[in-house]
Design a protein around this ligand. Structure first.
Ligand code: NAP
Length: 286
């Protein structure tokens, strides 16, 4: 692309950002959309966040993504936030609407899209979420609005599980929320339909690790590991060996980026599907 006076800027802010794949994915999408636009990543110090956002406003930056550790802190610098971001209480995407900054969260919906695209029905399902960190939060808050039966949270630290349980119950008091640690001695494994790993256990370079022992579950379950490096974690290998349906973290990663792009620029369904397939195709060989 040719960068000129009229090139629009999109950005990512966070700290650290050196492993982020967002510039690659977003610049690919912008190119596909044939937009005179560029996506850059900025490593921001905590004390400089407000100034950075003021700078973006002054320069007319069209939109930006926010990653760790600013997803919550950013809220106080925005003019308004979307309903789903309000529920999750964290922002990963901001749109500059004529000088007003509007916050969104595409993490949970990006995750959910994997189920929708693969015709996995969530109604009345019993779900086990492993982990209670930032990603688990977005996913659990989004699932709480689906017509599911129960969420079991298995996490190392009880405090984080408790905060997540309270949050889910505040969104939907009809969902049973059960807590356990990673040994899974308390929950009834027999009722679980879907397991979602949101911990970093199994992520590169510790690829030989698995967050739970995958024994004692039903014969037919879905296992979704949101890790995307490696694409096939030890948990997913074990799930495949047992004949379970599996999903890796790539679709969530691509979908949350496409959703962010469609907040900034219009992308119709057909284009959306085409871009998803192209990025997925490139990725599989990386
Ligand atoms: P986070 O907020 O730091 O949460 C990490 C979670 O993993 C917590 O539940 C933590 O337990 C648990 N954990 C970490 N190390 C552990 C260990 N050694 N033993 C037991 N538990 C451990 O991180 P996050 O932002 O949620 O990200 C988590 C993972 O999701 C990462 O691998 C990330 O790459 C992936 N992710 C993928 C996508 C995607 O688009 N596919 C999006 C976001 C994140 P405690 O609560 O006890 O600390």
């Amino acid at each position: 692309m040719e960068i000129n006076w009229n090139t629009s800027l999109y950005a990512l802010i966070g700290n650290p950002i050196n492993n982020s794949l967002s510039p690659k994915i977003h610049n690919f999408i912008l190119e596909e959309l044939k937009l005179n636009s560029l996506y850059m990543a900025f490593n921001i110090q905590e004390q400089d966040l407000e100034q950075a956002i003021e700078g973006f406003k002054a320069m007319g930056v069209k939109g930006f993504n926010i990653t760790i550790p600013f997803k919550k802190e950013i809220i106080k610098y925005l003019d308004s936030i979307s309903p789903e971001a309000e529920i999750i209480g964290a922002i990963n995407t901001v749109k500059n609407q004529n000088g007003k900054l509007v916050g969104y969260n595409t993490d949970g919906l990006g995750f959910l899209k994997t189920f929708k695209d693969n015709n996995v029905d969530l109604a009345h399902k019993n779900i086990l979420i492993i982990g209670a960190g930032g990603a688990a939060y977005g996913i659990a808050c989004t699932l709480a609005n689906e017509n599911i039966e129960s969420i079991s949270i298995a996490n190392r630290s009880v405090e984080n599980s408790l905060i997540l349980k309270e949050k889910i119950e505040s969104i939907n008091s009809n969902i049973d929320v059960l807590l356990d640690d990673l040994n899974l001695q308390k929950i009834n494994k027999n009722i679980i339909d879907i397991i979602i790993n949101t911990t970093s256990i199994g992520m590169s370079p510790e690829e030989d690790k698995c967050p739970i022992v995958l024994d004692g579950f039903k014969g037919e379950i879905v296992v979704y590991d949101i890790i995307y490096k490696p694409l096939k974690t030890k948990l997913l290998m074990e799930a495949e060996n047992k004949g379970y349906k599996t999903f890796n973290g790539l679709s969530m990663l691509i979908n949350q980026a496409i959703l962010a792009e469609s907040i900034w620029n219009e992308i119709d369904d057909e284009k959306n599907k085409k871009i998803f397939k192209e990025i997925e195709g490139i990725w599989k060989f990386m």
